[in-house]
Write a protein that binds this ligand. Sequence first.
Ligand SMILES: Nc1ncnc2c1ncn2[C@@H]1O[C@H](COP(=O)(O)OP(=O)(O)O)[C@@H](O)[C@H]1O
Ligand SMILES: [Mg+2]
Length: 451
Amino acid sequence: MADNKDQDHKPESIERLRVEEFPVASQIGALTDANKGLRRKIFDLYTIFEISRHLNSMLNLESLLDATLFTCIGQMGVAGAAIVVQDATDNKLSHFHWKGLTIPKDSIMHFSRVGRLARHLQRIGQPQLIRELQGAIPAESDDFAKLKIIEAELVVPLISKGNLLGILFLPRKLSEMPYQENDLEFVSILVNQLSVAIVNAHLYESEKQALLELRSAQKRLIESERLAALGRLAASIAHEVNNPLGIIKNYLTILTKMPDVSMDAKSSVTIVHEEVDRIARIVRQLLDFYRPTLERQVELNLIEVIDSTLDLVSQKLESVGVEIHRDYFGDDVRISGSSSRLKQVFLNLILNARDSMASSGGKLMVEARCVDGFVEISFSDTGTGIPAEDLPRIFEPFFTTKKESGTGLGLAVCHGIISSHNGAISASNNDLGGAKFLIKLPLLKGKDASA
Ligand SMILES: Nc1ncnc2c1ncn2[C@@H]1O[C@H](COP(=O)(O)OP(=O)(O)O)[C@@H](O)[C@H]1O
Ligand SMILES: [Mg+2]
């Protein structure tokens, strides 16, 4: 249109236009192209600036991946995008995330860190077009099949400190135009920003985890200090009671042997004697709080200790309808401890389980397994279970729901003994409605492989 106008107004200058204006027109064309390129660069930079700000403020991995995929879709003119990143737990490239693509439900989109694709991308460290990959990884490989499912055209590695953190996959552009140099530049900057943000997110997660663990360790410490203090108090009272109790028992014995004491008085003295014996039994249990530290700890096979305790009571339990199930992961679990004290713990737990199943029998499941340098032993029953409001109190000395027949000292003693073995004991209710007691004890170093 502009040319026609020029022709109308200056018909005489056509010849001059042909000779002189053509180079100018082509320069204008080149300038327009450069201008377009510049505009695109400014737009890319602006987007990168915005997304970087956004990514740096995000600490949640899912949101980071979402934001990156949406940016790619908008900026690259693609129908969808996918990304796989390292899973925090298994150190594999198995956390697969995608938008706008059709990925069959049953496809497992994990990528091995030692596979050809991962190794190639880690080495190259640059975006790769699918045709560049065709030479580098076998067409019949698993990785290639996955690239086909994603319909990947551009594959971009996420690298942090020389390690492959993940891979971004982009399909063909909707315009069918090939990826250009500035596209590659854009995704490279984007994935660099994303890698930094992912490392930050992982760091944040692990700090958060460490803080939670610290808090729960503090809570356990306060709880076990509280129980230990209660235990020490109870034991010191027992110590004071023990001496006068011995004297009372002696005098009662003397009394029953006196010739001029009537039969009535003698039978009363016998009742007093029985009650004094009961007090003496409680006092003995209370004194147990002091003893664990005095006992020598030696190397022992914990499974043998559990088995010999169960054998001791199995007939008695069976006679009241309690079945025992044993499930041990390994039969030689070495720890350092006192077998008599540990037997006392197991016996207390077994007798409590029996009490809770006294009315109609049931099952007692004893399991042992080794995890991360510890052995975990659980005693699980099908009894009454522990009411939620009692759970925080059952390890306190004298806490009992058994009225006359209970002393409330069994679990307090268990707690003291397990603590003196540098272990932990906890209680919960199981899926069967009964109670579950879990004991964790440290394995002897270098012995955990046997279990
Ligand atoms: N296996 C269990 N099932 C249900 N409740 C239990 C179980 N073990 C312990 N308890 C609860 O914990 C309380 C304290 O137990 P313990 O210290 O052994 O004292 P005691 O057996 O003398 O009552 C019990 O009275 C009972 O309420
Ligand atoms: Mg008990």
